[in-house]
Design a protein around this ligand. Structure first.
Ligand SMILES: [Zn+2]
Length: 501
């Protein structure tokens, strides 16, 4: 039985026979100044191998020391997720040899993690789903392999490989959910909503840059199917390194359709890791878990156990910032919108953008209108996240200000936005450079109005005869000759002055 069948099952049909269960493992690179077990810098984008030392290179005789700021960040993440904070936690060695692990083992937390048993509530289509968090633990990142000479960037076909150890030893937090059943057809959206909400929590805590495109936040997505009514869950696959919110949703959706096709044909699901392909939205098999190595975990003898002081933990809890869910409730009140309207903003990834646009001077209604309307459509057309569009909240606020001041209308504003997104500068500069300002009652507009009357004598006669609604055709003609730069209300008034006594 091929692991990728020729035909997938339609998504809606999957739901008539199977119940999906998901699980998510999220890795977050913490934004600490130094690495987890040494003093090396963590600055992104430095020359390869310039941020290394004997400890993160695993040289003999070097000794690690745990980074206190990373431990604090991990505990704050645990507290924000309602976890129980351990009074005693320990680091372990996870032994495996790989070129990007110079020590031959990864220092991680195994049986004694810092945080356990939390939850995060997410909302999809007005319904709340509680995602149970199994554990939040602290470990170190690996180095980065660069395969040179091949076309795909993968090791197959490469001439040689280079290794950059700058990333080796950067503190990494892993947040593991318990299996999430009961989402049915909403499973792909619940998975995406969970990662979205988690990212918002991490942003609020200020513990990481959480930029998925830079790999600060990486997701492994587990998916399984069981026949409806079955008491046992199906065999799961683990799709590795899914690196955008949209891809999280697509990965779950694809695995559900693929696994249903395999099961329908009488096949069995292999427990394996799979790779997600951004271009096609499909997954392909990686290594099989049946051959997975035994990591021979054992307590790291070079590090003392971590015993967080209860009073310190209580202080950290008291000093947590306002969390996204509470903030959304407050903003809904301030902006006068319903929970459903707020959910649209959340799903569009627009809460921060609207909030920042309001802070830059726009009204909440205008800010929502632009981010959820024109800008959301553009993001959708280009398959990007709203926040990745090349326009800032301050620029959107300026655009709205230009409309309020009557300098441009909505149609010209869209053209100004084209210019901003094309890198031509702020809206005001684009309006200036492209000559987009609304025409005043200039000679040019007067002649356009007169030309419309002369060019449409039948219509003009109707208006003069009392059929005032016919004036719309003349307004349209003027808007056309001025290429949308005239103000429709002004044009209408000018026509009335000439035709209606
Ligand atoms: Zn180092």
């Amino acid at each position: 039985m091929s692991s990728t069948p020729d035909r997938l099952v339609d998504f809606d049909e999957v739901l008539t026979r199977y119940e999906p269960v998901m699980g998510l493992e999220t890795h977050v690179e913490l934004g600490t100044a130094s690495k987890m077990f040494c003093g090396c810098s963590t600055t992104f984008g430095a020359e390869p191998n310039t941020q290394t030392c004997p400890t993160c290179l695993g040289l003999p005789g070097s000794l690690p020391a745990a980074n206190a700021a990373a431990i604090e960040s991990t505990i704050r993440i645990g507290l924000a997720l309602g976890c129980r904070i351990a009074t005693w936690a320990r680091f372990s060695r996870k032994n495996y040899f790989y070129p990007d692990i110079p020590k031959g083992f990864q220092t991680t937390q195994y049986d004694e993690p810092l945080c356990t048993a939390g939850h995060l509530d997410v909302e999809v289509d007005g319904e709340t789903y509680r995602v149970e968090i199994e554990r939040v633990h602290l470990e170190e990142d690996t180095g980065k392999n660069l395969h040179v000479g091949g076309s795909t960037g993968r090791i197959h076909g490469a001439d040689h490989s280079l290794i950059d150890y700058n990333r080796a030893g950067i503190p990494l937090v892993e947040i593991v959910t318990r299996p999430i059943p009961g989402a049915g057809g909403k499973a792909p959206e619940v998975a995406r909503a969970y990662v979205t909400e988690l990212r918002e929590v991490l942003v609020a805590l200020g513990v990481s840059e959480v930029r998925m495109e830079q790999g600060n936040l990486r997701c492994d997505v587990n998916t399984s199917l069981a026949p409806i009514g079955s008491l046992e869950w199906g065999t799961r696959t683990e799709t590795k390194n899914v690196n955008s919110l949209r891809s999280v949703e697509r990965a779950v959706r694809f695995e559900m359709r693929r696994q249903a096709a395999v099961l329908d044909a009488g096949g069995t699901i292999t427990q394996e890791t799979r790779h997600f392909h951004e271009d096609t939205g499909t997954t392909s098999p990686g290594r099989s878990k049946e051959e997975a190595t035994d990591y021979r975990y054992f307590p790291e003898p070079d590090l003392v156990p971590v015993a967080p002081d209860e009073e310190w933990v209580a202080t950290l809890l008291a000093e947590l910032p306002e969390l996204p869910a509470a903030r959304r409730t407050r903003l809904s009140d301030e902006w006068g919108i319903s929970p459903t309207e707020m959910a649209w903003l959340v799903n569009a990834g627009a809460v921060e953008l609207v909030s920042d646009t309001v802070a830059a001077g726009a009204s909440p209604a205008d800010a929502r209108k632009w981010w959820l309307g024109d800008l959301a459509r553009r993001a959708n057309d280009t398959g990007t996240e709203l926040a990745e569009l090349a326009v800032t909240p301050a620029q959107v606020a300026q655009l709205i200000e230009l409309i309020s001041a009557g300098t441009i209308n909505d149609q010209l504003a869209r053209q100004a936005l084209d210019g901003v997104l094309a890198g031509e500068g702020d809206p005001a500069a684009v309006v200036e450079a492209r000559g987009l300002a609304v025409m005043g009652e200039s000679d040019e507009l007067v002649s356009a109005v007169e030309a419309a009357i002369e060019g449409n004598p039948d219509v003009a006669e109707k208006v003069r005869g009392g059929k005032v609604q016919a004036i719309g055709a003349l307004v349209g003609a003027v808007m056309k000759t001025t290429r949308g730069k005239a103000d429709a209300a002004t044009v209408k008034r000018m026509l009335e002055e000439r035709l209606v006594s």
